[in-house]
Design a protein around this ligand. Structure first.
Ligand SMILES: NC(=O)c1ccc[n+]([C@@H]2O[C@H](COP(=O)([O-])OP(=O)(O)OC[C@H]3O[C@@H](n4cnc5c(N)ncnc54)[C@H](OP(=O)(O)O)[C@@H]3O)[C@@H](O)[C@H]2O)c1
Length: 233
């Protein structure tokens, strides 16, 4: 069993997601107020995005730590909603095990050191292993379901993490808040960053679940992912 997965993003008309030059005064609300309307047990982000929420301190790891087995760690703590980060090499550091009201779960590979695991345990941050060197995202979803009872998961970006789940065929819905701006920055991350060039992959198709005009000139489009892409339109 695995969670139902909804990817939620704020994008420009050209699919860019960094808002540096968009010039909105209250730019967080366009993403957050819509995200809050999607009922989910957890949100998940990539390591780059999570570093906006994790510790700003530099932690020096104690390398003489005794070896800690590479086994999943479910912290004893009261929260029932979660903030999950895809952090294969263990680059996020934590002062606390919470982001807002959500308990932090680190998704790691076995590349991480015992010293890093000791840091997570010292902060009572939960972690799961998703592979030895590379992540198996389907396995990750199964663990989130089984160990934390996460039945609905919202993936909140950035583009690389979205692209990984898209490529693995693990998205059920895509929720796009389309901002009325053209960005045009070459090289800036887009909503889905899956692969360089055109491989053998086929684009993912969607059908529309709902469309709503919000904040005057924004559109909130909710799409269902077409799982069997063989049907021609
Ligand atoms: N507009 C919006 O709605 C929105 C939402 C969220 C974020 N953002 C913006 O997006 C930007 C960040 O996006 P991003 O695409 O650069 O980064 P990201 O997706 O947040 O993080 C990418 C990192 O996550 C890890 N990762 C993701 N998928 C993986 C996989 N399948 N296997 C192993 N590791 C994986 C890797 O970490 P390592 O490098 O450590 O290996 C990778 O470099 C930020 O500027 C943020 O503000 C915008």
């Amino acid at each position: 069993m695995k969670p139902y997965v909804i990817c939620h993003m704020l994008g420009s008309v050209d699919g860019r997601i960094k808002q540096n030059i968009w010039g909105f005064k209250d730019h967080h609300k366009y993403f957050e107020e819509t995200a809050e309307k999607i009922q989910a047990d957890a949100w998940l982000v990539g390591r780059v995005t999570m570093q906006e929420f994790s510790s700003k301190q530099t932690y020096s790891l104690t390398h003489e730590t005794t070896a800690i087995p590479k086994e999943d760690f479910v912290a004893k703590q009261p929260a029932k909603t979660y903030a999950v980060v895809i952090d294969p090499s263990g680059k996020c550091f934590w002062d606390t095990n919470m982001v807002s009201t959500e308990h932090v779960i680190e998704v790691l590979t076995e590349k991480v050191s015992s010293a890093y695991l000791a840091h997570l345990q010292s902060k009572n941050v939960s972690y799961v292993f998703g592979g030895k060197q590379e992540l198996n995202l389907e396995l990750v979803l199964q663990k989130l379901y089984k160990l934390f009872n996460i039945q609905v998961l919202r993936i909140d970006g950035g583009g690389h993490v979205n692209g990984s789940f898209l490529e693995a065929g693990l998205l059920d819905e895509f929720s796009l808040v389309l901002a009325p701006v053209a960005d045009g920055t070459i090289g800036s991350p887009t909503v889905f960053e899956a692969e360089e060039g055109y491989g053998n992959r086929k684009a993912t198709h969607f059908t529309i679940k709902s469309v709503e005009r919000i904040y005057d000139d924004f559109l909130w489009i909710r799409y269902q992912v077409v799982k069997d892409n063989t049907t021609s339109r």
